[in-house]
Design a protein around this ligand. Structure first.
Ligand SMILES: Cc1cc2nc3c(=O)[nH]c(=O)nc-3n(C[C@H](O)[C@H](O)[C@H](O)COP(=O)(O)OP(=O)(O)OC[C@H]3O[C@@H](n4cnc5c(N)ncnc54)[C@H](O)[C@@H]3O)c2cc1C
Length: 320
């Protein structure tokens, strides 16, 4: 067993470790460079009765300006093993895009949509990340976790996956760290795999704004009646009964709206971008404004895809 305690630091600023480039510091900060280190740190903290905050590439989180109390574990384990049968075992700290590259190079399909998603495999599993009608739970066969101090392999049903959701997104966090995931991928034709990924990448570049963001801030809304009631919604979406959150925010007149260094992107109204020194509170204030406007205009409460980390008790109070 590798010694896990070596890399603990105090008050580590999390803003540089998030794609929104905002937020305060982690009270205690651990770095796990291998799966065994991650398991040992998690086991040690669970045994102390602590539920650590796990951080991947920080591309789906907003840590509070008031910081993240307790222990934060930064996952840097990156191994990917591919068997000729298409069984892939990957560390949850590997970049989701590296998983695409490694598996595509070995001639397997399944992660084409992952190109341009800047997170780790662990973060992708927590939010059942996906795009273009695919998601990470699709070819998943097993997961290795440390759950309440115990290291074991579990079935995908353990995660209770649904659209951009899993049990690890619930408001009361569980003592559960994702260590490794196993997939069984079908063989594909290399040219077709790369062509598909290239096409998705092209679409992303044309839609996504370049500045600091956490991708889509809110989940899309589903509902055939609601979609049918929206005159300006493109037919394709109306027929699918899907209403993009960005469509609602744009219809509410907020595209390009700025608030203290944060902005609703013009190119994609579901992206809140940090255009210059926005605090986490400012970003969340803008998100709350978008939610209020959409609720007033459409009677729909948007749900965040981005996860708020840490101590938000001062948010929305007079002191904030
Ligand atoms: C430009 C841009 C485009 C994006 N496009 C998409 C997209 O098309 N589709 C999509 O679904 N998402 C998209 N995202 C969001 C994000 O990239 C994904 O959700 C990503 O998979 C998150 O991974 P992460 O490592 O950054 O997670 P983090 O942000 O670090 O963490 C997210 C959550 O997962 C938890 N977590 C992370 N690792 C572990 C672990 N090993 N064990 C337990 N919990 C863990 C964290 O505690 C946190 O609650 C986009 C983001 C950006 C910035």
């Amino acid at each position: 067993m590798e010694a896990p305690l070596r890399e603990t630091r105090s008050n580590v600023s999390l803003a540089p470790l998030t794609t929104l480039r905002a937020g305060g510091a982690a009270e205690r900060f651990w770095v796990a460079r291998t799966v065994d280190q991650l398991a040992a740190i998690s086991g040690h903290l669970h045994a102390e009765g602590t539920v650590p905050t796990i951080l991947g590439h920080g591309s789906n989180v907003l840590p509070s300006d008031d910081g993240v109390p307790g222990d934060t574990v930064h996952v840097l384990s990156r191994r990917i093993e591919i068997e000729p049968s298409g069984v892939v075992t990957a560390d949850c700290g590997c970049a989701f895009q590296d998983l695409f590259l490694a598996t595509a190079q070995a001639g397997f399909l399944g992660f084409e949509y992952a190109v341009g998603i800047p997170g780790t495999l662990g973060g992708a599993l927590v939010s059942n990340a996906g795009a273009y009608r695919s998601n990470v739970s699709e070819f998943l066969t097993e997961l290795e976790v440390v759950h309440s101090g115990e290291r074991r392999w579990v079935e995908p049903t353990f995660m209770s996956f649904s659209y951009r959701d899993s049990r690890l997104r619930r408001p009361r966090p569980e003592a559960c760290t994702l260590l490794r995931a196993r997939f069984r991928l079908p063989r594909g034709i290399p040219k077709a795999i790369y062509d598909e990924a290239r096409e998705y990448q092209r679409q992303r570049i044309s839609k996504q704004p370049p500045p600091a963001s956490a991708g889509s801030f809110f989940k899309n809304v589903t509902g055939a009646d609601f979609a049918a009631s929206l005159e300006n919604l493109p037919d394709r979406l109306r027929n699918a009964g899907v209403v993009p959150a960005g469509f609602l925010i744009q219809e509410a007149g907020l595209s390009g709206f700025r608030h203290k260094g944060a902005m609703i992107a013009r190119r994609h109204a579901n992206f809140i971008v940090n255009v210059g020194g926005a605090t986490a509170f400012a970003i969340r204030e803008l998100a709350e404004l978008a939610k209020r406007r959409v609720l007033d205009q459409f009677g729909v409460l948007l749900e965040e895809e981005v996860l708020y980390l840490g101590d938000w008790s001062r948010f929305g109070t007079a002191e904030a």
